[in-house]
Design a protein around this ligand. Structure first.
Ligand code: MRU
Length: 352
């Protein structure tokens, strides 16, 4: 489907496409220590909720391999410590904690006598499983989103919820790849997504690579573009969906949703169920990552503001559930009231 990959794991080495260098340089870097994995997630070489989850799971395989010569008890407690460390790299996307907990659960459930090599194998199997599940999940999300669109539609998206943010297809971008496969004509407007330009650098890049018709706009053009009447839907990914449907996604999503409401355009949230946090009652309870001010003061290392100016740099905002027309998962399409439809989903995932 694509000529690049987000990540590949082989024999204790996780190779990732360094997304900080796109679109100008397509460089793969090798992550060989837990510190490498932490740093890659923190500086956004690997980013996007599902991708950082799977990446962290492989990080625990790397952790286990580094402890192969130790006592089993010490090995397990070291892996646990590394899981807590990796989990602290970025606080908003719940997929990170989900993936790490899933690996730790596998280790907890191991019984009988086992060796350090068995532990490594169990972690690698679980991480591989999550990577495969991600691809299937995203394809299903794409099919469900496609059922909400029509041939010829134009969709606006924000940030990057594509192949680069996952391991295959993406979530919000999945319908465009599927449409391409099926000969359905869809058009995309991509917000550039300040301050780190994931829309310009990543969404525009991967859609161009795939031959999807994409037009890049500055964030402040969204109202003007929507006012033309040519946008049929907004589709975005997310980092955490609260139990009432409030949704955290890249900073600026809230503004796009307010505009969409004004123009009567439906906002669809593309989410794997692993991004839904039923332990988080509302959006207020979602931790929002604050990033360094230098990301706003500079562009490619060049000052675009006085270096002394105070800066606010939240990486995400929360779109209130009343601005969301549907939450689209791999299992189906959820409609308001979300407290009810999300609860139904978790009580009976295949029959929401
Ligand atoms: O800071 P980023 O680039 O990791 O933010 C990514 C997003 O906000 C994505 O929209 C979200 O993680 C969904 S990815 C399928």
């Amino acid at each position: 489907m694509s000529n690049f990959y987000t990540m590949k794991y082989d024999d204790g080495v996780l190779t990732v496409l360094d997304q900080t260098l796109l679109p100008t340089n397509e460089v793969y870097i090798e992550l060989k220590t837990v510190q490498d994995v932490y740093d890659a997630i923190k500086r956004l070489s690997v980013r996007g909720a599902p991708a950082i989850g799977v990446c962290a799971a492989y990080g625990l395989a790397i952790s286990a391999r580094s402890r192969i010569n130790g006592d089993i008890g010490i090995m397990l407690s070291g892996i646990k410590q590394d899981a807590a460390y990796l989990s602290s790299s970025r606080p908003t996307a719940v997929n990170l904690k989900y993936a790490l907990d899933r690996v730790l659960d596998v280790l907890c459930s191991m019984s009988g006598s086992y060796t350090p090599s068995d532990i490594i194998a169990a972690i690698e199997v679980e991480a591989d499983r999550m990577r495969c599940e991600d691809a299937n999940t995203n394809r299903n999300i794409g099919e469900n989103l496609l059922s909400l669109l029509h041939d010829g539609d134009t969709v606006l998206t924000h940030c990057n919820a594509g192949i680069l943010a996952t391991t295959a297809y993406g979530t919000a971008l999945s319908p465009f790849y599927l449409a391409k496969e099926k000969g359905i004509d869809l058009h995309v407007y991509a917000d550039e997504t300040r301050p780190l330009l994931q829309g310009a650098r990543l969404t525009a890049w991967e859609l161009c690579e795939a031959g999807v018709d994409v037009t890049l706009i500055c964030d402040n053009m969204a109202a003007s573009v929507m006012s033309t009447g040519n946008i049929n839907a907004v589709i975005v990914g997310c980092d955490r969906v609260a139990a009432n449907g409030d949704t955290a996604n890249k900073i600026g999503t809230y503004g796009v949703a307010v505009l969409a409401k004004h123009f009567g355009i439906p906002v669809y949230i593309a989410t794997p169920t692993t991004t839904i946090d039923m332990n988080c009652p509302t959006g207020i309870d979602i931790p929002i990552e604050q990033r360094d001010g230098s990301e706003v003061r500079t562009l490619y290392g060049v000052n675009t503001a006085p270096s002394c100016v105070k800066v606010l740099n939240p990486a995400f905002d929360v779109t209130p559930n009343e601005l969301i027309a549907a939450i689209v998962t791999e299992h189906g399409i959820l409609r308001p009231p979300y407290s009810q439809s999300l609860a139904n989903l978790f009580n009976n995932p295949t029959h929401e």
